[in-house]
Design a binder for this molecule. Structure first.
Ligand SMILES: [Zn+2]
Ligand SMILES: [Zn+2]
Length: 266
């Protein structure tokens, strides 16, 4: 890997119970790969969730801040304080705004993890064309809603709906994705090129080159994220992601500090 790899703005820690390592381990892995900047983006705690399987508890939140500070002070690479604030309608009124005010975040990822797309298997008999169309329509409608809340800085894994490797026809996407992108552009958010899609059955980055082209037409800024759940994942598949961004016409990515960004060449 070269020293010119962009910042990795999406990493997890053992606090979410489905990842390994602490921020310091991720910073060390980044430094070893010539990545000069990472963001820690643990999943937000949910309210009234005493025994969560896939996220830290509210009680663990101060510990998260402490672990990020420890990685920042080690001076191995720039370490940003971020959070992955899952979009759910019942959380946006009070819970997420309160949490986002509780720390001095550099960036806030917005993401959608709930929906039938999550549980589909390969060649799933449920995945009829009608089902896939409806699943995609609902997903992008929610993505539009998420952007319109104005709570987030970056859309994470924008087309995660293809996670199981079931890709909607381009003609359908051309109808349902642009309204979501218009909402993102109107809010001034960035969209992440998330390389975890290469590890999933999707078999490609989130989002696809087609969607990246529509983003570029709207001048939507990009960031790069590995969604690392293990220190070894930091910066994984960034070379093809950079090539993809260039193919869509991108030359810069958004570098965040205190929830504002400047454009940095890659
Ligand atoms: Zn996510
Ligand atoms: Zn994530």
């Amino acid at each position: 890997m070269t020293a010119t790899l962009p910042a990795d703005t999406h990493t997890h820690t053992a606090l979410c119970r489905h990842a390994g390592g602490v921020p310091l381990d991720y910073a060390r892995a980044a430094a070893a790969r010539g990545i000069k900047e990472i963001a820690c983006t643990e999943h937000i705690p949910f309210p009234n969730d005493p025994a969560p399987a896939i996220r830290m508890t509210a009680d663990e939140f101060p510990r998260y801040l402490e672990l990020v500070r420890e990685a920042q002070q080690a001076g191995l690479c720039e370490v940003l304080l971020g959070i992955e604030a899952d979009y759910q309608r019942d959380l946006i009124g009070e819970h997420i705004p309160r949490l986002l005010a509780a720390a001095d975040f550099d960036l806030v990822l917005g993401s959608i993890h709930t929906g039938p797309f999550w549980d589909l298997g390969p060649n799933d008999p449920n995945a009829t064309p009608e089902f896939v169309a409806q699943m995609n329509r609902t997903y992008y409608q929610r993505m539009k809603e998420m952007a319109q809340t104005g709570l987030y800085d970056i859309c994470a894994h924008f087309d995660l709906v293809k996670r199981a490797g079931i890709h909607a026809p381009t003609a359908l996407l051309a109808e349902i994705v642009p309204p979501a992108l218009d909402a993102v552009a109107a809010t001034g958010m960035a969209i992440e090129i998330n390389t975890s899609g290469f590890r999933h059955r999707a078999g490609e980055a989130y989002p696809s080159l087609t969607i990246l082209g529509w983003m570029k037409e709207r001048d939507i800024p990009i960031v790069f994220g590995s969604d690392a759940h293990n220190p070894d994942d930091v910066g994984q598949h960034f070379e093809p992601a950079v090539a993809l961004a260039r193919a869509a016409g991108y030359t810069h990515y958004a570098a965040f500090r205190k929830r504002r960004f400047t454009l940095r060449p890659f």
